[in-house]
Unconditional design. Sequence first.
Length: 320
Amino acid sequence: MPAILLATTLLAAASSRPAVHTLRLHNDQTAAEHTSRNRGLKSCFDGVSAPILRLRGGEEEAAGAPPIRAVLFDFDGTLALSEDIHRRAFSEVLGFELTVDHWEQNCVGSNPTALIDRHLPQSPRTLGPDESAATLLEEKDAIFEAHVERGDLEELPGAAALVHRLRASGVRVAVVSSGSRRYIEKALKALGVDGDVEFVVAGDDPEVVEHGHKPHPFPYLAAIGRLGIPPSQCLVFEDTLTGVRSGQAAGCPVVAIRSGITEHLPLLAPGDALPDAAADGSSAAGAVVALVADFNEAAALDVLAGPLAASGAEATSAGG
């Protein structure tokens, strides 16, 4: 079945929300926090069954949690610390500064074309007859790409290492972003993960433009369709509420990058089903599997320690 048709079929179908076990990850802790929301978790996650923990190769039937067979990463603010570069690039194109506070409160997670349309009335720039939001977006992307070429783009700590380890362990990896394909592909190459990312679903892909951007689930459903893997076996990493809503509406377990935007999100309690999100992504962001500051967080590395660490150790040993 073609990926787009499968995505449409998944969107129309009533999704099954499997039960999961969850955990909260902290900067300074390697053991689970013992609260009513994650009761029953053991220190160092021994015996815990959670979607993210499924990467350790535990028993599939434990607590009914399916194994994770693919990881879908958002790009900006998740794999890469790119938001401030975008903020400066949009400011340059629009002709006035988008302050950090304004950017974080009103722009992060927005569709780029819609962002330009929304701010053009405030811009001192007069568009010529051949200029539009689309041409301004191309100009902005060229500025972003220049930053990438200068080496200004940084990864969220541990991102590239995690992507490499996932692929070495047979876990499939894709990127699902609202950004433009051209700059994302250049950025992935700059971060050294282009060979590990199987494909990119981008915000300027014609089918995404036609069917819906995040928070609509179509971008994630399109990725799921290409993978041919059930949503419950595709783990999503997102840093915005828009992205969390999109992943949850697609039926995926979601791990949120912890920030002032996401830190209020509740955690799924052990055995809870995934959030029952509206099929069009209109629901508020629901409970997430975990909150992590970055991919180097000690607890996150412990969770991902199983076959990932083993494959790394074997590679090191083989390399002398």
